[in-house]
Structure formats: structure tokens, C-alpha cells
Design a protein around this ligand. Sequence first.
Ligand SMILES: [Zn+2]
Length: 345
Amino acid sequence: MHPIAIKHPIRQLKGQLCLPTVKVIAAIMMVLSVASLWSHTSYANTSTSSSGHIVYHQALSDLAEFNPAALSPTEKKDKPERVGISSAASASVNISHKQPINTVQVAIIIDDIGYNYAQGIKAMQLPGALTYAIIPHSPKATFFAQQAQQYKKEIMLHAPMSTVHNMPLGKDGLTESMGEQIFKQALADSLSSLPNIKGVNNHMGSLLTQKDKPMNWVMQSLKQRQLYFIDSRTSAQSVAWKIAQEYGIPSLKRDIFLDHEANAQFIDRQFKQLIATAQRQGYAVAIAHPHPETILYLEKNLSALAAQNITLVPASELAARFSSHQMSPKITKTVTRVTKKITAE
Ligand SMILES: [Zn+2]
């Protein structure tokens, strides 16, 4: 990917208000040109629909963190959040020009890679640009990071985060009780344990993703390393994506969990919902797991995406292109306010 990086995300802008006027004008011109590129693609954005997250490794097999009752009324109604983007909002986003601007794209992330060797291999052999989220320090983590290079697949760090049910997280799991330094060091250790990581999503995290302070620390670490973030949305109250946006990190929320019930009928229903969501929004993010049923289903049905003129792309590409499309009015307001402050200088 060769994105155009615009180097003045919100947080940086706050600290650089005394930039020479010329630089500020140049930055604004770049923002406006990006906005005009996107102005004819006005996607109606929706928040998540039915969803789930399954812990898939030997130590925690069959433990499901997902609780449908935890979905907010907003999520249950599948209510649109916002239409279109603001010019200011696009300032912090990397943009890929690989695909025509009106192409419908999806990313499918296979979570919980690193424990089950046989299923991991089968998952990685699926055709197309799937993305694999590896649990750090899991027995086969390094092996699968290397395999991904061989299969030319993108990998993410599947960062373990604390849950409302206090489930075990493994080494370098991130919790609310950690101080800033220990927290950031644990995340840094996870990131450096896997070569060629392009982004991060949360493994579990139904508690931690609700907390502002640790999510700020996560995003500060990702910003520094130019990584993207996908909010797995294991909690309807997650603030992770919103904070990622505030840092100008290319970021999206998971739209569909494909397999929180691992049977063909359920996966088929979710897969069709993925297609419908992508067609409605212009893009969609799915998360699946290396269950035998899921792999079998995807082997047979991934080609249905192309048949519907939907392109399967790595999560990095989707995040770079569609990051601002889920922007809430509140975030747009923050970005606009910062931009106004700069132009007034
Ligand atoms: Zn997971």
C-alpha cells in the first residue's frame, strides 16, 4: 500500500498551532482536495447489527464473551449514525488509490490465530486478501506471522484486553489496573513479538474498550507506529474507535461477526448480511474465527463476493479508505473546532 499520508492529525494539530501560516494553508488545501475526491461518495453509515465474539483457543475454547443482551438499543435498531464526511474529518486519514473510488469493498479478519495449528493453516490457505489477527505469545504466533508472508496475507495484532467477566488474558494482556508505563510496555512487547504487523484489533476487551484512559494509551502507541485499528466491538459501549479517530488513526468498527454460532446456516445468514451491509455502506468489516465450519463455508462462498462486484481487501486498505465514513457528529465537531482554531492563527 502506498497511501498519501497527511501529517497533521488532530492531536498533533493541537500542539502545533504556531505553525507558519503557509504550512497551515498548505495542509488545508490538501484536506480540501481529499474532501472533493470523496464528495460524490456519500455512504449512509450504520452502527453494528447482531454481533459476537468467540474466544478460540485451547485454553479458553467454547467460552463466549459475546452477550447479545449487552447490545445497546442503538445497535439493536441498526440505526444510521451519520451520512457523509466533513472536509476537516478527512484530514487525518491515509488514502489508497488502488481501487476506483466507487468500488464496494469488504475486509474479512480471521481472529484468534496462534493456538490451533491445523485450523490456522487452513484459514491461511483460503483464497484472497483475508486478514489474520494473531494472539501475541500464543504457541504458534511467530510461525503464523511467517506463514502469512509466504501466503502474502496481511496480519494484525489481536491484542488481548480485559473483559467484564474477568477472563484470563495471557501474557501482555492489557488491563485497567496497569499504570501507563507498564501498559504501553506490554503493548510494545506484543507488537514487537510479531514481524510485519500492519494494524491492531482487540481480543475480547469488553471491559477495557469502554475506558477512555487505556484506550488513549493504546492509540498513542499505534499512532507512533503508524498502525491502523479495528474495533472488534465486543461491547456496545466501546470508545476504542472514537478515540482512534481522535488520534487520526485509520480505523473502523467491525460490522458483522460471521460465526459466533459455528454452523453453516448461521454463517450463511451472517455472510449475506455482510454483503448487504457492504452494498449499503460501500464497505464492511467482518470478523470470523478459524472454526472448521467457518473455513469450509468461506472456501465455498468467498467467490460470491466477486459475483456481487464486491472486492475483498486487506483491513489496512479498507481502514485507509473508509476511516472517516463512520464519523459521529460529536467527533466531526471536535475536528472542525480544531481546524477553525488553526485557521484563526
Ligand atoms: Zn479474539
